[in-house]
Design a protein around this ligand. Sequence first.
Ligand code: FES
Length: 136
Amino acid sequence: MEPYSDKVMDHFMHPRNVGEIADADGHGKVGNPVCGDIMELFIKVKDNIITDAKFKTFGCGSAIATSSIMTEMVIGKTIEDALTISNKAVVEALGGLPKVKIHCSVLAEDAFKLAVDDYLKKTTGKGLPNFKPHEE
Ligand code: FES
């Protein structure tokens, strides 16, 4: 198997923003039926800016690393800007992932989008347009 980048190892060994946000404005939970990993992401939003994000991941090291870096990448961004962060951008930010681990980054993108979807449903009554979590 291809080796993991230093950045993946760093986020796996020292994950950022681990935990829950009890009064989260949005919450997304996704799972991959093949590997059984589960990822939850919580966001706080103020004036259309993501002011905080936390995650809980019951999964592999890559799932932990991708959700960790995803929280770092979305904090401080507007919802619109944060939504442009694809799983590919997450993989690039981590310095790459082995092919068999790309789906872990898809979980991170979907968990974040589901959290935004939840936030929009609560605040506007309508979820994220045209959004469906990926299926393996
Ligand atoms: Fe499935 Fe990483 S092996 S999320």
